[in-house]
Ligand binder design. Structure first.
Ligand code: AMP
Ligand code: MG
Length: 315
């Protein structure tokens, strides 16, 4: 498939997942965790393989160009599949160009700073892909569902109270605009899991000894707040899906499908950047040629003047 056709196909594939900026999202009504675009698993696995090699090629170009960075934010409820998505989607990419940051309960040092501080420390450099496994969006999710987290943030009195979530949405949008304006593209994926599929995955984690470490009693307590989280997700998606940094709601009940969607969203972002290998100017071209001539002169008796070029012709 030509690059242009692949780009169009990817854009069409992810369109139903994008949260239209300015729209009001009701997660349960608007997005189906079991949606799979009429695809079967065999086709899906094949498509993911294609996507992974496309990502590898684009990541190499992104790194070589060294002008744009990409920040991929992954949000989900427990057992939503964040870890597996990262493992599969990034499986073909040069590890030097990718940095994964996981955000847990904030440390005392982190709580002593403004709420975006710890996320700013982990932003990708130009040429890199940064993945946030949980992200600054926890600041309007878990912190909102459990307001005692906000109390721990030591905010001054005037920064708490009623308007705090609306203000945080605005501040997050402003921050992402700043990043985008400066060449760090922000792309956001919410893995949308159904309550029943979460129950199944929790039970699997309990039933299989090698999965026990992934389960904690706190996960059950969080599950009890399911409806509050759904509301917090809906509000977050409505307020922070912007033309520059839109949200994609990825159906997460089928892991194989979620992975294709995540790969497609990331590929779409990279295709949009369209990074190119740098080319050399006339002067540097002349220098390359002079160096080539010198190396050719060093050829030992009986060796090809340029073994690489000679082998390439016979390959
Ligand atoms: P896990 O990703 O399963 O290792 O869990 C990390 C835990 O850290 C989750 O329970 C999150 O809700 C919690 N967490 C992440 N960010 C924050 C935050 N800003 N404030 C409070 N808890 C957080
Ligand atoms: Mg967990």
């Amino acid at each position: 498939m030509s690059d242009g056709r692949a780009a169009k196909r990817i854009a069409k594939f992810i369109k139903p997942l994008r949260v239209k900026p300015g729209s009001r999202v009701d997660l349960a009504a608007d997005f189906d965790p079991r949606y799979k675009a009429g695809m079967n698993k065999r086709e899906g696995v094949e498509l993911l393989r294609t996507g992974v090699s496309l990502l590898s090629e684009y990541q190499a170009r992104l790194a070589a160009q060294d002008t744009y960075g990409v920040l991929l934010c992954l949000q989900a409820l427990d057992a939503g599949g964040k870890d597996g998505t990262i493992r599969h989607v990034m499986s073909g990419v040069n590890p030097q160009g990718v940095h994964v940051s996981s955000f847990k309960v904030p440390s005392a040092e982190e709580l002593d700073h403004d709420f975006l501080w710890r996320y700013a420390q982990r932003l990708p450099a130009r040429g890199d892909i940064g993945i946030f496994n949980r992200s600054h969006y926890e600041e309007v999710l878990v912190v909102r569902v459990h307001p005692e987290n906000l109390d721990r943030q030591k905010l001054p009195e005037e920064a708490k109270g009623q308007g705090v979530w609306l203000r945080r949405y605005r501040e997050i949008n402003d921050w992402e605009r700043y990043l985008t304006d400066n060449g760090i593209k922000v792309v956001k994926i919410f893995l949308n899991l159904s309550k029943e599929e979460q129950r199944t995955r929790f039970l699997k984690r309990i039933d299989l000894p090698e999965k026990n470490w992934k389960f904690s009693a706190a996960d059950i307590r969080e599950r009890e707040r399911w409806d509050d989280y759904q509301e917090a997700f809906s509000d977050m998606l409505s307020a922070t899906s912007t033309p520059r940094a839109p949200w994609y709601v990825v159906p997460a009940d089928r892991k194989w499908f979620a992975r294709i969607c995540a790969a497609a969203v990331l590929a779409h972002t990279l295709i949009g950047i369209d990074p190119h290998y740098p080319t050399v100017d006339e002067q540097a071209g002349k220098e390359l040629l002079a160096a080539k001539r010198r190396l050719e002169k060093e050829a030992p008796e009986g060796a090809a003047r340029d073994p690489y070029a000679a082998n390439r012709r016979t390959d």
